[in-house]
Design a protein around this ligand. Structure first.
Ligand code: HEM
Ligand code: SF4
Ligand code: SF4
Length: 516
């Protein structure tokens, strides 16, 4: 933020409640740029560098008089030299490229860090580097490709419309330096009036397509630009109808409430199920003391059967640890409602740093788990019934299928769902890790898929935890001590029970049957 000007805020990134107090109303300000009187002298570029104390950036020859190919974290104001040859006439279309200070700023809407991007009451959009976590999501929200990032810190930087000068009543440095008067500064109302006047003059002087560029798709901008060829803003490198990308809306406005509802709803459904149906356990309970084993699995040890050997249990818990590491470091980035979770890791910046590493750990352990378990997960014809009626019957404890082997159809489907979601999360997560290196719409698309993936995953894991603990007593121990009781195996996995023990046995009566 430019020396933290004492201006009232209109809105702020990742805010929980509105910042607007309405105590002090300020008129919206605006910069007026007339591309038809710009002579490309670059006085504005120099003034911007000087006033904002920006580091010197090497110029780059691109075959024109343009200083460098594009904006930079240390170069916020760039005169673009464009040569357009139309109907045999060479047009030299110069435009001052900078942040447009949108009335509805996509950068602010996309930013996950509270207060990293603010919009003052006078319409200026500013960045607070202290709050910025360098995630790059603002760039996916900006329709003008403006946010740039410092190489070392990763923090976002852009034109501030000299808010530090404006807040004490003086014009931006570039406007002060411009020798032709093609830059002006004032209230938005005055600048629009000036622009319309200039457009009328141009139209009278043989430029019938002249317009004032103030795009409504972003609610208008606090930088209004006179274009002689207003029917072709793309000739100046401006989008014809800029809009905040749909990914910002999908992620922030749609998936956020859906995700919160899905997670809370799944917890509520598990609780409701437990109250209605209670646990599913054998009527004939076996001794509580379950031996801990580290040897091979699928063998009988006294009254118990070894279900998971030590290596499988270790991989399972590493997967769980890295999953929750990813989830807990991702959730505070996802929504400010869960922003308090960032304290677990020491702040949002640490979450941003650590999250992808947890994610990679999770994917690596999931891969090992996949290799270890896949041979037991081959889908049989009867397993597909778990997509519908069998799952419902199972949840009502109304039938235990005598043909269920070591894993039932529901567990197999969950296994493959986990593998598919891990793939989606790693692919989209890698894009989000380095969003600046990739062109739109890939980062935006990845953002939405990453959100949808983790929401589905979180809901599925809640069900998984419920079934592995309260709903099916005796299951959790299979992942801690490695063994289950014979009666547990006979009730929930009868075919596996028969195969391992060599004893006959269909489904055992459950506590529900005993009650009947
Ligand atoms: C290889 C795997 C993964 C990688 C590389 C990865 C990377 C990322 C990146 C770079 C972001 C953008 C925000 C940020 O910079 O921190 C992000 C967001 C997020 N990730 Fe991951 N992630 C992975 C796996 C996971 C997993 C397993 C989960 C949860 C189960 C998860 C949950 C989230 C959440 C909740 C967000 C916030 C989304 C938002 O801001 O809309 N991620 N991830
Ligand atoms: S031009 Fe881009 S960076 Fe500037 S306010 Fe608009 S969305 Fe934000
Ligand atoms: S890099 Fe991330 S935290 Fe910083 S301004 Fe952009 S979106 Fe906000």
């Amino acid at each position: 933020m430019s020396n933290s000007p004492q201006l009232e805020l209109k809105q702020s990134s990742a805010e929980l409640r509105g910042e607007k107090t309405g105590i002090r109303q300020l008129p919206t300000v605006s910069k007026f740029i007339d591309t038809t009187t710009c002579i490309g002298c670059k006085a504005c570029e120099v003034a911007c560098q000087e006033w904002n104390d920006l580091r010197l950036v090497s110029t780059q020859q691109t075959g024109t008089y343009q200083t460098m190919p594009t904006l930079d974290a240390n170069f916020w104001n760039l005169i673009k030299f464009r040569e357009e040859e139309r109907e045999g006439v060479l047009q030299w279309l110069m435009r001052k490229d900078q942040c447009m200070h949108c009335a509805d700023p996509g950068c602010l809407k996309a930013c996950p860090a509270p207060g990293a991007i603010v919009q003052y009451e006078n319409g200026i959009v500013d960045v607070n580097p202290d709050a910025c976590i360098g995630c790059g999501l603002c760039a996916t929200g900006c329709p003008f490709d403006v946010p740039r990032f410092h190489v070392r810190t990763g923090k976002m930087a852009k034109c501030t419309l000299c808010v530090d000068r404006v807040s004490v009543g003086i014009e931006p440095a570039c406007v002060k330096a411009c020798p032709t008067g093609c830059l002006q500064f004032g209230t938005k109302e005055d600048m629009v009036a000036l622009g319309q006047q200039r457009v009328e003059t141009l139209k009278k002087n043989g430029q019938p397509n002249a317009t004032l560029y103030d795009p409504p798709g972003v609610g208008g901008t606090a930088v209004v630009t006179v274009l002689a060829h207003g029917d072709h803003p793309e000739w100046y490198g401006l989008p014809a109808d800029p809009q905040i990308p749909a990914s910002v809306w999908l992620s922030r406005k749609l998936l956020r409430p859906i995700g919160l509802l899905a997670m809370a709803g799944t917890v509520g459904a598990a609780l409701g199920h437990f109250l209605r149906f209670g646990p599913s356990q054998p009527a004939e309970l076996q001794p509580e003391v379950t031996p801990t084993v580290s040897g091979p699995e699928d063998i009988v040890v006294g009254d118990h059967i070894v279900r998971h050997r030590l290596s499988t249990r270790v991989v399972h818990w590493l997967t769980a640890l890295t999953f929750f590491g990813s989830l807990l470091s991702g959730l505070p980035i996802w929504t400010p409602i869960l922003g308090w979770m960032s304290k677990i890791f020491g702040g949002l910046s640490v979450c941003r740093w650590i999250h992808p590493w947890f994610g990679l750990g999770f994917v690596a352990t999931t891969l090992v788990m996949f290799v270890l378990w896949v041979k037991n997960m081959r889908m049989q014809k009867t397993d597909w019934g778990w997509l519908g009626p069998k799952a419902l019957a199972y949840m009502r404890h109304s039938s235990e299928d005598p043909d269920v082997g070591k894993y039932n159809g529901g567990q197999k489907l969950f296994f493959f769902l986990v593998a598919a979601l891990a793939l989606i999360l790693v692919a989209t997560g890698l894009v989000l890790w380095f969003p600046r290196e990739l062109a739109a719409p890939l980062p935006g698309l990845s953002w939405v898929l990453h959100d949808a993936g983790f929401i589905l995953f979180a809901a599925a894991i809640i069900v998984h935890i419920y079934l592995g603990t309260a709903a099916l007593p005796g299951t959790f121990r299979s992942m801690t001590r490695g063994t289950v009781t014979k009666s547990w195996a006979r009730l929930h996995h009868p075919r596996w029970y028969r195969e391992v023990t060599g004893e006959p046995g269909g489904a055992l009566p459950t506590t529900d049957d005993a009650k009947k």
